[in-house]
Design a protein around this ligand. Sequence first.
Ligand SMILES: *Cc1c(COP(=O)(O)O)cnc(C)c1O
Length: 405
Amino acid sequence: MDVRPTRRSVSELALFGGSKWFDVPKSTSNLVGPDFDRFLDYSQSIFDAAGRPPGTVTARFEARLAAFHETGYCVAFCSGFWALATAIVALARPGRREVVIPSLTYRRMADVIAWTGLLPRFCEVDADTLAISAATAAPWICDDTALLLAVHPIVNCCDAQALADLADETHVPILFDGVESVYERCIDGQGRSRKVGAFGHAECFSLHASKLINGFEGGYVTTNDAALARRLVDLRNGSMVLPGAIDARLADMHAAMALANLDELDAQVARNRARYERYRVALAAIQGVRLLTFDESQPTSYKNIVVELTAEWPLTRSLTLEMLNAENILARAYYAPPLHSKPMAYPHIAAELPVTDQLSQRFMLLPCGEFVTLDDIDEVAKLLSFACAHADAVRACRASQEQKP
Ligand SMILES: *Cc1c(COP(=O)(O)O)cnc(C)c1O
């Protein structure tokens, strides 16, 4: 790659009028693409099937994914959103209204619950793991709880077994959102390592281009419950007699793309790992930036790069993000604002969550995925290092910028 000039002064930052460090944006989206011929091979079978009935490749995809997650069944959907909505409809206890979810999570999680006519009941996450836990969920489980919706965080997993046990003890159904934990494994009640996908009553996943398995768009639900799988299929296929039914099937072209990416998943994870290791080395010397490390005692995808800006970091997170974004480094705040503090147009239950409020200020995602090279990672680290060393000047420039009309 080209040798880049080093910045000599803060005025060379793009935020203050300098040229952008990256011509092409470096995002936090995965955007993994398979070998094109592999994609075409799977697509070819759409045309080869006798009579070309829709759904042939999707059926293959479902069988592959059930095997991959070591579950009895997989039901594919046109998106993760509709996979979630349908699974909530299928699992919610009749006559109860509340769904317990973490507030520090995916921005549309409350929307999907509202769509099903239920009420989000927000809970805290564990401050060390950023994950919903049995301890943070338990206080909110009551007579009116229809469902516990446990979302895995984006680095490492929640304690899936403890949450499943809580659901068991309280007789509440539990649905996991494993979108960010497709590749991960957790330890079950017998001390065995089991793939995420096999815990609780069902688990939901997404095939959006930003996720680990890219199907352009799409989603799926895994479960070991045959009756539930049948009901999910009926709801998904838009059965006219079922309330809550929609047509949310996954088109074969998406399944072909997802299958091709699935074939290459281990290679992708190896590349993710190399990027993660590079971040680890590059960020180690920067005071105030703490990389969240992956638990390597179980398989993990190494996909997302999340850092905490600690008390030693000299700039606010919002100024840090503005500075990075100006350089075309599309770093983002980690799940901010938390859901309980967002204005919401639909019925919900107000919550006071001081731990979540605190945590929501501190973390950010750095670029990851297929369009981020190891050299790019060094450049991101250099910029953070530069900003840290010149923090007073950065703040001063910012202040004078704000004073201009
Ligand atoms: C992206 C995402 C979803 C929704 O998936 P779509 O396919 O984009 O609808 C659900 N949960 C989590 C945690 C996500 O990150």
